[in-house]
Ligand binder design. Structure first.
Ligand SMILES: [Zn+2]
Length: 316
């Protein structure tokens, strides 16, 4: 089972599954096993397509014996038991994500066809697994360590998250291109954008990016700028050109907002750290308004506004 079981379910069935703990755990474990299997199956091609992929994903997936799901009272996203190499994900986090997807279906039927729910649920779980497995190779796999790191620099924790989001989207997009047998850069970029867009549409509402949490706002804004850059390239039909240019469209963008909201600085990991723009003066109300709406679940409208925003300021 590689997630196909989930793909054919409808909304009432998904609701039932969320309340059926053993059933949910079984389906999730099947999806996790499928992701691991696919990464290892395409190991050579993935390593060739993206330098560093082996260290980022292949090695940690090889080091894990099995992935399970259970409720974790600590609040951790996962725990890795060193002696058995069993990785246990927190079912609670998955439920929050699936709830956000179902809320979206309930409130905006025109945005999401009911038949699409199973595909989105599977995408949510796959991206969550890739994100968390990437934390292992980032060295931030231990929940206790992350709590200590938060006390030292919360912004740094947000940055690890943003980079794990970006790498998870890349892994998803590379797998899709390999499995669909397409070598066109435009397809890769669209799959990549689909994954990042998904994070904006469902993960921010599920896990929240409130204005009093600058690290969460920076992560959410970074992902939004990445999607907006791709959307702008799509409109101007420069996806291929941009991708071959200085800053590829799958580059991670890390923003730093001045405390008074008047200036924006952007760093990029491409894959090494680069300064893209420093202390660029921006319209306070535009930037504040964008950040205020990061977790309201209308990500498509927000991206349109951010595309307009980056047209007016020389940021990226
Ligand atoms: Zn994370």
């Amino acid at each position: 089972m590689r997630g196909d079981e989930l793909e054919s379910i409808d909304l009432p069935q998904l609701r039932g599954l969320i309340d059926d703990q053993p059933g949910l755990q079984r389906v999730l474990a099947g999806i996790a096993a499928g992701v691991r299997e696919r990464i290892l199956e395409h190991e050579k091609a993935l390593n060739a397509a993206a330098p560093g992929f082996e260290r980022r994903f292949v090695q940690p997936f090889k080091a894990i014996k099995r992935i399970e799901f259970d409720d974790l009272d600590s609040g951790a996203a996962f725990v890795l038991d060193e002696p058995t190499r069993v990785m246990t994900f927190n079912t609670g986090h998955v439920r929050s994500l699936l709830d956000a997807i179902m809320r979206d279906v309930d409130t905006a039927t025109e945005r999401l066809a009911p038949g699409e729910i199973g595909r989105l649920a599977r995408l949510a779980i796959e991206l969550l697994i890739l994100h968390e497995v990437r934390h292992l190779s980032q060295g931030v796999g231990d929940y206790g360590d992350v709590q200590k790191l938060k006390a030292i620099s919360e912004m740094l924790v947000g940055e690890f998250d943003l980079l794990a989001d970006r790498d998870a989207a890349q892994a998803y997009a590379l797998l899709r291109t390999l499995e669909e047998g397409t070598a066109k850069p435009v397809d890769y970029v669209r799959f990549f954008a689909e994954a990042i867009f998904f994070m904006g549409q469902y993960c921010f509402p599920a896990f929240k990016a409130p204005l009093n949490k600058p690290s969460k706002v920076a992560r959410a804004l970074g992902l939004t700028l990445m999607v907006a850059r791709i959307a702008r390239a799509d409109v101007t039909e420069t996806i291929d050109a941009d991708h071959a240019g200085r800053l590829p469209l799958d580059t991670a963008l890390v923003p730093e907002i001045a405390p008074d909201w008047t200036k924006l600085t952007i760093f990029a990991y491409n894959p090494d750290l680069q300064l893209v723009s420093v202390a660029v003066e921006v319209d306070i109300l535009s930037l504040y308004g964008i950040c205020e709406r990061l977790d309201d679940g209308n990500f498509d409208e927000l991206v349109e506004d951010v595309v307009r925003f980056i047209r007016t300021v020389p940021l990226i």
